[in-house]
Design a protein around this ligand. Structure first.
Ligand code: SF4
Length: 364
């Protein structure tokens, strides 16, 4: 699958991705009593994606789709059951300082991720000190620079503040600044705005877009909100029950969704032209991952399900330039793709018409 990011930056010819997942799979054993393994949770199955500098790749799905497990495998917090993580084209080390200086994870909850007993000088100064990215004599200037990079200004005032003096959006900016302190190439943002007030989400999304464009970071944006993914991302991968079911350029995929699950997600996304609040309730619920459905995992909820859907796993069919859909409905009209989520094909940058749940001013 190939396409070029819509904001203009392109994966440079021949350069390896900043971070790559190859066929990552994660099965969690469930143990009951005396450590006996009784079952497996099939959380992630055979997911491949490439993250390039200067691009945002969104992984979208409901709770239980495996998107956060995927982010944690990429952060090396969880060992995959099988598959490989490559950093700059080489097998990635199993965590440690070398890896965390290249790949940083930003978590969902900005209230829990900052230690309330320390001020911002300590919170931001500590990673600078541990990773040796600033000398003691210049630490204050480096901290103020970090604060400015995440638009917490005047930095001279913010450096003196405690976490409880900040809004949720400002705390998430501090969490992002802390991640930037080690000068990473890759930012893994796991639902970074979902715990923030709707009124301040847009500011954090715009900050991530700015870091992509200005600092050429490779960003993975994990979210349940496909409208915000369209707003921010160059590429979207839609996950259902541990598998990528559709992937492609963000605007193209959301304008022309091919997989029935993507169509369902979009039908439940906020739409200013629709009077009623959208919901996935009534559209069934995700399956148990202990005994996931055979064949296409979406078949118990799919309005187009055919007998073969319960028996055979559909491959990823090429359904548009750089767009794939794992659905038997495309079998006659499309060719099978390698099924790697990767921003390599051309898509013009367009103004997003979908409104994320974030149509409000900055959180400053
Ligand atoms: Fe629906 Fe079958 Fe396509 Fe799965 S493969 S999304 S069940 S039509």
């Amino acid at each position: 699958m190939t396409h070029t990011p819509r904001h203009g930056a392109q994966p440079t010819g021949g350069e390896p991705p900043a971070l790559e997942a190859r066929a990552l799979t994660k099965h969690f054993p469930i143990r009951r009593g005396w450590g006996m393994r009784t079952a497996l949770v099939h959380a992630v199955e055979d997911v491949s994606l490439r993250l390039y500098g200067g691009t945002v790749t969104a992984v979208v799905g409901e709770s239980g789709s495996g998107k956060s497990t995927l982010a944690r495998m990429l952060a090396r917090l969880i060992e995959p059951t099988s598959g490989q993580v490559l950093l700059g084209g080489a097998p990635a080390p199993h965590g440690g300082r070398e890896y965390s200086s290249a790949v940083q994870l930003v978590l969902q909850d900005p209230f829990a991720s900052l230690n309330p007993i320390h001020g911002l000088r300590y919170i931001l100064g500590r990673p600078l000190k541990i990773h040796g990215t600033a000398q003691d004599s210049s630490a204050d200037e480096a901290i103020k620079d970090l604060l400015r990079r995440v638009a917490l200004t005047p930095a001279e005032q913010f450096i003196e503040k405690m976490p409880h003096e900040l809004s949720g959006g400002q705390r998430q900016r501090v969490a992002i600044a802390r991640a930037l302190a080690v000068q990473p190439h890759v930012l893994l943002a796991d639902e970074p705005v979902s715990m923030l007030d709707v009124s301040i989400r847009l500011g954090v999304l715009n900050l991530l877009a700015d870091l992509r464009d200005r600092e050429q970071l490779a960003i993975l944006y994990v979210t349940h909100d496909i409208a915000s993914a369209r707003y921010l991302a160059d590429t979207i991968a839609v996950m259902y029950a541990g598998r990528v079911v559709e992937a492609g350029p963000a605007v193209q995929l959301t304008d022309h969704p091919q997989h029935p699950y993507t169509q369902l997600l979009l039908s439940a996304a906020p739409d200013p032209d629709r009077a009623e609040a959208p919901s996935l309730a009534g559209a069934g619920s995700p399956p148990s991952l202990v005994n996931p459905p055979s064949g296409c995992r979406f078949h118990p909820r799919c309005p187009f399900a055919m007998p073969r859907c319960a028996e055979q796993l559909p491959p990823a069919f090429e359904v548009g330039p750089g767009q794939t859909s794992a659905c038997w409905l495309h079998e006659t009209s499309a060719t099978v793709s390698a099924n790697t989520v990767s921003p390599d094909t051309v898509e013009e940058r367009t103004t997003s018409s979908a409104t994320p749940e974030t149509n409000a001013p900055e959180d400053q």
